[in-house]
Design a protein around this ligand. Structure first.
Ligand code: ZN
Length: 197
């Protein structure tokens, strides 16, 4: 199912839009997409709560042509990250994304996977893996996606949006992950309270 990116509910788009300023358009597009990925992460927390709060959308211009959230624990398959789910959605719909946006820096597996997507020009993300390592949710890596960016066939961009960054950090304050087993527990009601939803 295709979906327009700019909806009445997408306040991130409204926050950054500057009439006539073409330089703002890409920032608006990516922030609006980050908001949508945040909604998907919340949907995962609400409906399941045992997967990491990762959400992703695949875009063709200003149209969302694929969406997904992490399902590796639900499906018991370690590679079912949000990026893979969102791109699988585009394949199912026979669409072709130019950009993939995810609320969290892609892991090395997803970086490689996304390199196989025909026509994908850009991968943009919200929080960095360092942000989550600081919370003890991921192992700290010396290398980030920008270290590998020269070898990737798509451009990489971290989205600059203070409000969405604060919201996503609050969400991950309510995620627990057992480093040994990979078990995840998301406190959805805690998130609802923290974000005032
Ligand atoms: Zn991944």
């Amino acid at each position: 199912m295709r979906e327009v990116l700019f909806t009445r509910n997408n306040v991130a788009a409204q926050r950054h839009f500057v009439e006539g300023d073409k330089a703002s358009y890409e920032k608006v597009r990516l922030s609006a997409a980050w908001q949508r990925t945040t909604e998907l992460a919340l949907e995962s927390a609400r409906t399941y709560g045992l997967d990491f709060s990762g959400g992703a959308v695949a875009l063709d211009g200003l149209t969302i042509v694929g969406r997904g959230y992490a399902n590796d624990n639900r499906f018991r398959h370690g590679l079912m990250h949000a990026e893979v789910m969102a791109n699988s959605d585009t394949i199912f719909n026979q669409d072709h994304p130019d950009t993939l946006v995810v609320n969290l820096e892609p892991c090395p597996n997803c970086q490689s996977y996304l390199a196989t997507v025909p026509g994908l020009k850009k991968v943009a993300f919200g929080l960095s893996r360092h942000d989550l390592a600081d919370k003890g949710l991921l192992r700290a890596h010396d290398e980030d996606i920008f270290t590998c960016a020269a070898d990737l066939p798509y451009a990489v961009e971290q989205i600059d949006d203070d409000e969405l960054r604060a919201d996503n950090l609050l969400i991950y304050d309510h995620v627990q992950r057992d480093a040994a087993t990979g078990q995840v527990q998301v406190d959805y009601l805690g998130i609802v309270g923290a974000l005032g939803l």
